[in-house]
Design a binder for this molecule. Sequence first.
Ligand code: ZN
Length: 502
Amino acid sequence: MAAATSAYDALLAHCRETFLLGSTSALLSWDQETYMPKGAGDVRSQQLALLAKLAHERATDPRVGEWLATCEAERGHAADSDHAANVRGLRRDYERATKLPSKLVTELAETESKAQQHWAEARARSNFRRFQPWLERMVALQQQKADCLKKPGQSRWDALADLYEPGMNAADLRTLFAPLRQRLVGLRQRLARGKTPDESFARVEIEEPKQEAFVRAVVTAMGFDFARGRIDRSAHPFCTGTGGDVRLTTRFHKDNVQDALGSTMHEGGHGLYEQGLEPQHLGTPLGEAVSLGIHESQSRLWENHVGRSAAFWQWCWPIAQQHLGAACTGHTPESVSCASNVVQPSLIRVEADEATYDLHVMIRFEIEQALIDGDLGVGNLPDRWNALYREYLGVAVPDDKHGCLQDVHWSCGLFGYFPTYTLGNLYAAQFAAAADKALGGLGPLLAAGQFATLREWLRRHVHVHGRRYTPAELCQRVTGTPLSSEPFLAYLDQKLSAVYGL
Ligand code: ZN
């Protein structure tokens, strides 16, 4: 018994130090996207590469395997105990790390960094052919990676997707996506018969400092703890949680305060999840987010279920007036909440509305499976992309920049990642419906600005568990049912019918 206890302690101590290395590189990456001077790029990539190498060495240390074996032999720990959950999580991490040869890890890291630069250039010139050789190399490396990770019965794509959403596979996603697609298309056709809301608030010009003061007031009211976090700016907003120190970024456009608000509430939702993890579990699986899909559910819940609701705008309106001043003249909380819910098929995923967003994700899901399984040559990607945009969204892609070059993911080696965005939307709706039921209606709480009640509910039911349960188990525990697209469709139908006067 004594030996097993010390193996567990040694394992956790080792894991906590590895976490410190990882959180140090996360902070360096945050700095790279925010304040780092241009000329520091070379030394920064060397710093990050060294930390990645050290972290991989620690993660594959043979002592980890020995400690794990000792801990696993110990009996008497309930499946959801701290001990069992940490050992299970660390076993998963260890298996994954040791399956990848360090040569492949290094080659991937180098290619990702270079491919990303070539992607940025190709995108700026709207020329896919410049990126093609790099994507071909990246796909080949991802196929190798998948072959190393693949378990019996898994496809290559499944093996990659499991890195981001434990337990996710293509067959389950197809079952979830096919009816969802049909019903979203049906919803859009129905809305076309309604009255399109006035969007003019979204285009009012407002100086940046006013927008900034406004979004800070909102994220403060959400309960983001500035003593353990910051908000800065970056071209593409993101959130980095480095344990007790959560860095959010947002962005401002002179004529789109809705974008700044949506981006800040989105990243703020990610930030609340990171700040809601239990501090005593920091650096262990119990102190980590369970999956990207669940992470995205927290951001989409605050961005959409809160930030695009009529109730939220009732509370928010005096705050908007205080910070945005004359820009609010001629608008009302009702008109502004309607303006944030206009549905319009478009070319760019990150700017898509809630009713068309998931169609963008489904297109990428189809394409990347075909690329990884070898059914689609990289050279044919633009044609396939453009054809699917016509089929799913009815829009014509004018050039590669607005088409297959818009997302950074594939250049960074993120294959199997996109569906977590849609899972996030579905989880968010299911969690919001459960919270609505448990708290006696979210509307009155949001209208009164009582965000703490919702935040604490999410913390108790989702955040504090870290990786104790799988995403599927967590969903079942929080909502009483497995993941389904019904709550999402019901939510959209109800909200958008009101917005479109149907
Ligand atoms: Zn997100």
